[in-house]
Design a protein. Structure first.
Length: 120
């Protein structure tokens, strides 16, 4: 909702981005990459349903480390800002596993808004 309201305010479009991690074997397997791309687009389905008809949007799937790929995409498209959700794993889980939001905050070439999950 926040991203939609911003896009409307700036009369802009949204880019829905999903990043799929590739293991070493997948780097060389086009079939695996196609499978991951379909999976990534499927993850975007809920956002597409929410956005459809409200503002223009594009969908894209990238491969690699999520925080790095999100920042790269933002730079490549000269993004006005990044709006992303937070899973709310908490400080202990995030410290052990790392946080995509934290990584994006430090790598992004533009402002970042992290929207907390409404699931408690």
């Amino acid at each position: 909702d926040f991203a939609i309201s911003m896009a409307k305010m700036y009369e802009d479009s949204l880019l829905l981005l999903n990043v799929q991690r590739l293991d070493d074997e997948a780097n060389h397997a086009m079939i695996q990459k196609e499978k991951l791309e379909k999976q990534g687009l499927k993850h975007l389905d809920e956002a597409v349903e929410q956005i459809n008809g409200k503002v223009p949007f594009l969908q894209k799937v990238r491969f690699g480390v999520p925080s790095i790929e999100i920042a790269k995409e933002a730079k490549e498209v000269n993004a006005r800002c990044i709006v992303m959700g937070s899973r709310g794993n908490g400080p202990i889980v995030s410290a052990i596993l790392g946080s995509v939001s934290y990584g994006v905050l430090h790598l992004a070439p533009c402002p970042v808004t992290v929207v907390p999950s409404n699931k408690i």
